[in-house]
Design a protein around this ligand. Structure first.
Ligand SMILES: [Zn+2]
Ligand SMILES: [Zn+2]
Length: 348
């Protein structure tokens, strides 16, 4: 069997190992689950976790996701206006070639994925001859929009709803019998040090809040601590393992992190401003002999937003606040429109 079953109250949580499946999107368990639920005229939700509009990479044989060797966060794709594609670390900006072989299992099985909600919905409609509805969860972000959505659900009665991500609160008027996380690994591809925490909470809260009997979690990484401990509903064990990782790789709460964001419509201006500040910061760190302080300038995951280009400077140190006090007295940094987060718990 390619899955394990966990029990929580009267709910069943199935964890499916996708490295053992023939189809990358639909495991045998999901296929038989959909058939069974539809035969009984029950409702199914499929969560795609398509929060970021970027491709993701994964080894389909062993589930390995390439990480930056320096920062231990997933490497991710970045595209500048020249349309030149590159893979890089969004903390230290180290560039990587797209891996032709997996660095863990040495097989030629590393793949780039784009996951489209349309494709998923179409396939379900064709294979199961059923009605689907696609909901972009970002558009269901206010009480008015949610009540409109409930009306739509109750009038059109789709048997399968494909969501881009999970809603924070369950919809009470709409009973559910099966929630499928099509790919729990999508979260693990976000190039940030807190991905495992977000991944864990998303799953954990869904299992505890949603009044649904069956959950299926598909993953290429069934041993990953966020996914496994969420399926076990073991928050304590997750925290212990997460702290081990954070401590080892020097991330909050074991070190301080400051993220300085600069944005502008003109790409060249962004480069110049950030480059100047980066040099000023390096100079100050050297002048005041702040050893071990790490400073990087790097493009964030969302490089362009609302017509503005964005660039980050990331400072990692055991006492970033001290350093920033020096920065504030020596540089006229606020006046230059830099957005400073001295206690960052995320870099995205
Ligand atoms: Zn890095
Ligand atoms: Zn591999």
């Amino acid at each position: 069997m390619n899955y394990e079953q966990f029990k929580y109250q009267d709910k069943s949580i199935f964890l499916v190992d996708m490295t053992k499946e023939l189809n990358y999107h639909f495991s045998e368990l999901v296929k038989s689950g959909i058939t069974k639920q539809l035969n009984q005229k029950k409702n199914i939700w499929i969560i795609v976790n398509k929060k970021w509009y970027a491709p993701w990479i994964i080894c389909t044989k062993c589930g390995h996701i390439p990480h930056c060797e320096r920062c231990s966060v997933p490497i991710s794709f970045h595209q500048q206006t020249s349309w030149e594609l590159m893979w890089l670390c969004h903390i230290c900006k180290m560039q990587y070639n797209f891996p032709t072989v997996c660095e863990k299992c040495w097989e030629n099985t590393v793949k780039t994925y784009w996951l489209w909600t349309q494709q998923i919905a179409q396939r379900i409609e064709e294979e199961y001859n059923t009605k689907t509805l696609i909901v972009d969860s970002d558009h269901a972000n206010s009480p008015t929009k949610i009540s409109k959505l409930i009306d739509q659900l109750l009038t059109t009665k789709p048997e399968v709803v494909v969501w881009t991500s999970l809603l924070c609160q369950p919809i009470k008027q709409y009973p559910l019998d099966m929630i499928i996380f099509l790919n729990a690994d999508l979260w693990l591809n976000i190039p940030d040090f807190n991905v495992w925490e977000k991944n864990f909470h998303l799953l954990y809260e869904c299992f505890s809040k949603y009044d649904c009997k069956n959950f299926i979690v598909q993953t290429f990484n069934p041993e990953q601590h966020s996914i496994r401990n969420a399926c076990r509903m073991d928050a304590k064990r997750f925290r212990e393992e997460e702290n081990k990782f954070r401590n080892l790789n020097k991330y909050p709460p074991f070190t301080d992190l400051c993220v300085i964001l600069y944005k502008n419509e003109i790409e060249e201006k962004v480069f110049n401003k950030v480059d100047q500040l980066y040099k000023d910061l390096l100079y100050l760190a050297q002048k005041y002999q702040m050893q071990d302080l790490e400073i990087y300038s790097t493009p964030p995951l969302i490089y362009k937003m609302f017509w503005k280009y964005r660039y980050n400077i990331i400072i990692k140190w055991s006492n970033v606040r001290n350093f920033m006090d020096v920065v504030y007295t020596k540089l006229d940094i606020n006046a230059k429109w830099f957005k400073i987060n001295r206690d960052a718990d995320s870099i995205v």
